[in-house]
Design a protein around this ligand. Structure first.
Ligand code: APR
Length: 250
């Protein structure tokens, strides 16, 4: 069995001493659960599909059934996956730190399934559905017709996944809470994100400007790498449990 990665004693000490911790996660944290990331050169969703055809309001306007079916297929795939050690390490950290917030870009619900409770979903959730016209949430919906998504029982508009598409605003309450936590934290973890999509990618910058220690966890460098305090270069499912175990050996 391979050796657990070495965590710098100063980083372990900083996490153990931290009173306020904020975390930003992206698709990479769910990669070890078998959920494809978006921008991985070959296996990423955007390598296979054109986001302009599937993840914009215009795409839904043009072909609502294609978009509905694509998200329905992703929702079905998620039923067969489970949280991995990265998710459980973040949930464990939440229980160890006095003030904690997880801001996730992930719509897969795996953080909640691993026990995370102090979190905001910056890009919504694939498990939720709402009306594209009146925004009413839909707890249940009929099977889609052959050529269109199910319709809203209140206004008859097409139903859509309650996720944030490109060119759409983030949920204000989630963004506000994430920005506040980033500006208040002592230590900010950024795990499994390419740090290319804004405004989420700005959160580590807010933390840094506020004097926090910023730690990147990613097997690959990102545009953020040169500006963080610590880099844990490896898979989140290995690096995050090692970091939490180093900070809280008891
Ligand atoms: N552990 C940690 N990081 C990983 C792992 C892993 N096992 N595997 C891959 N990664 C890293 C990749 O190196 C990459 O930097 O995860 C990152 C995934 O980046 P993206 O695919 O761009 O996903 P993300 O940053 O979450 O995308 C942001 O863009 O498409 C939109 O709305 C969508 O929320 C998404 C947003």
């Amino acid at each position: 069995m391979s050796q657990p990665p070495t965590i710098a004693p100063s980083l372990a000490a900083a996490l153990r001493a931290a009173r306020r911790v904020a975390v930003l996660t992206g698709a990479g944290v769910s990669a070890e659960s078998g959920v494809p990331t978006f921008r991985d050169a070959h296996a990423g969703l955007w390598a296979k599909y054109d986001p302009r055809e599937l993840a914009t309001p215009e795409a839904f306007e043009r072909n609502p059934k294609l978009v509905w079916d694509w998200y329905a297929a992703r929702r079905a795939m998620l039923a067969d996956v489970a949280p991995n050690p990265a998710h459980f390490a973040i949930a464990a950290l939440e229980r160890r730190v006095p003030e904690f917030l997880l801001a996730t870009q992930n719509v897969d619900g795996l953080h909640q399934r691993s026990g995370s409770t102090k979190l905001v979903e910056l890009h919504g959730s694939i498990a939720r559905v709402k009306c594209s016209r009146c925004a009413a949430p839909a707890a249940r919906w009929d099977a889609p017709a052959a050529d269109e998504p199910p319709r809203c029982s209140a206004c008859g508009g097409f139903l859509r996944p309650d996720v944030v598409w490109f060119y759409e605003l983030l949920p204000a309450a989630a963004q506000d809470a994430a920005e506040k936590a980033a500006r208040r934290c002592d230590l900010f973890l950024v795990a499994g994100t390419s740090a290319e999509v804004y405004p989420a990618a700005e959160l580590p910058e807010h933390a840094q400007r506020a004097g926090a220690r910023v730690v990147e966890i990613n097997p690959q460098p990102t545009p953020l790498t040169g500006r963080v305090t610590d880099v844990l270069r490896g898979p989140a499912g290995v690096m995050l449990p090692a970091l939490v175990a180093a900070a809280f050996p008891d």
